[in-house]
Design a protein around this ligand. Structure first.
Ligand code: MLT
Ligand code: ZN
Length: 471
């Protein structure tokens, strides 16, 4: 456990004003954790830099006092990457939130790490362009955190993850050096692209202090269909049927149990009366009567094949929004049951077998546990949530989840999948990294960290334990 001395705080004060260093209990709790609740926040202090020079000063002080730093954005993460539970200094980017106008020639904008994702979407939209990385928490997450975790979301099937949209990055490394990476270039074949090392690095190499974000043409007239399906194999058949004819914007799924919970808790309408084990939500560009006829024909063929039992298509923006809520509100709804969350992926074709194997594992150990499924099925990304029964105390529930997760991770490794598809590793998955990455890969990751951060002050203990012997 690290403790910030008065001397350290005085050194910070040389370049930061009194309102930029917070040590009151409320701020320590607020800034010391993300959306996970498995570790108690215990930072020493919160620092709120306003400029790149102030970030460099904070890193210089941290080096001098061997103080661990935890970067903090919107703290909407689900793996504990922004949790400060060991006396760290939290570097909160809230005040580094300048947002440039859109550069229409380059189709980019430039922003500080503390800009809220939704503000980027709005600024792009005002200029007739589009920032396509989107997810339920985009109204509170910050772009710096999105980049550090390579955030995914609901339209990865069309647009890819955050990585695809970062044209340039400024980063202060663990030595305090400022790197200006790629500078917005489209083409730049000059050796290793360090920008891509930073994206998804969860703050273990440096602090992101500025980003140049790429924009695109907005999708035309997005419409939504929800389909009721008898089994997972059908979800895959339907995906193939649509993808052979149109470019989908999204292909999401949720189980009947997920639908029941979200409908009850949020007071929403079921999409149709038919009850099926699974539902798929598709989004596509509605380009006129031809598209509508084409979509209806595909749905009809899927129904004839027995893959679809019922369907509804949105007829307005408001109805599309209402259908999206059935999927997007699931995560918040389930927080009521303090779920054990797991974000996992395999290649798309392996998903049905993988899901069945996971259900068998949970059922064999604890048949009374409720398993809720949803996720970005078109990307092979499943969100597994196991709900805590009211009658089971928290410590017993956690012990049960630990038992099943060891077997689930073994299954993931056997299938060549990933223990974290989009939420990152953070603290939650760091002890399981070996199920997805080889010893050689983890060794190289450690060497890369040491090159950028020789004093191990950048988010130490995240992604992998601070000491190799603890793995
Ligand atoms: C989602 O897809 O809803 C988010 O990743 C959040 C979650 O997994 O609960
Ligand atoms: Zn997700």
């Amino acid at each position: 456990m690290f403790t910030a001395s008065n001397e350290l705080l005085d050194a910070l004060r040389q370049q930061l004003g009194p309102d930029q260093i917070l040590t009151d209990a409320d701020s320590l709790t607020h800034y010391g954790r993300d959306w996970t609740r498995f570790a108690e926040p215990a930072p020493s202090a919160i620092v709120l830099p306003k400029t790149i020079e102030q970030v460099q000063h904070i890193v210089a002080v941290a080096r001098r006092f061997e103080a661990p730093l935890v970067p903090s954005g919107g703290r909407t993460g689900l793996s504990g990457g922004a949790v400060a539970a060991a006396g760290e200094l939290v570097v909160a980017m809230d005040r580094m939130n300048t947002l440039s106008d859109v550069n229409l020639t380059e189709r980019t904008l430039c922003c500080g790490p503390g800009v809220i994702t939704e503000q980027i979407q709005q600024r792009a939209g005002d200029a007739g362009l589009h920032y396509p990385v989107d997810f339920a928490s985009s109204g509170s997450s910050q772009i710096g955190g999105n980049i550090a975790t390579n955030a995914g979301g609901i339209q990865v099937i069309r647009y890819g993850m955050t990585r695809e949209w970062i044209a340039g990055l400024k980063v202060v490394t663990g030595t305090g050096e400022l790197l200006d990476l790629n500078r917005g270039l489209v083409k730049n074949n000059t050796g290793l692209d360090l920008r891509h090392l930073m994206i998804g690095s969860e703050g273990i190499l440096g602090l992101i202090v500025e980003a140049t974000v790429r924009l695109c043409t907005p999708p035309r007239n997005p419409q939504v269909i929800v389909l009721g399906l008898p089994d997972m194999e059908s979800i895959m058949q339907v995906l193939a049927a649509f993808q052979s004819e149109i470019d989908l914007l999204a292909y999401e799924f949720f189980s009947e149990l997920a639908l029941q919970k979200v409908v009850q808790q949020q007071g929403l309408q079921r999409p149709f009366n038919e009850v099926t084990p699974y539902y798929a939500l598709l989004e596509f560009e509605h380009l006129g009567e031809d598209t509508e006829a084409q979509i209806l024909m595909i749905v009809e063929r899927c129904m004839e094949s027995g893959w679809v039992a019922d369907a509804v298509m949105s007829q307005s923006v408001a109805q599309a929004r209402a259908l999206w809520r059935l999927r997007e509100d699931i995560s918040e709804t389930l927080s009521h049951w303090t779920p054990y969350k797991n974000d996992i992926s395999t290649t798309v074709a392996k998903v049905p077998g993988f899901l069945a194997a996971v259900e068998e594992i949970v059922d064999r150990h604890y048949p009374d546990l409720e398993v809720v499924w949803y996720g970005h099925i078109g990307d092979g990304n499943l969100h597994l949530n196991i709900l805590k029964p009211e009658s089971v105390p928290m410590d017993e529930f956690q012990a049960r989840c630990k038992t099943v997760s060891a077997e689930i991770f073994t299954e993931i490794a056997a299938q060549g999948g990933s223990i974290s598809a989009e939420h990152g590793v953070g603290l939650l998955k760091r002890d399981f990294l070996r199920y997805s990455r080889s010893e050689a890969e983890i060794g190289l990751m450690r060497s890369i960290k040491a090159a950028f951060d020789p004093d191990n002050i950048m988010n130490p203990g995240k992604v992998f334990p601070a000491q190799p012997s603890a793995e």
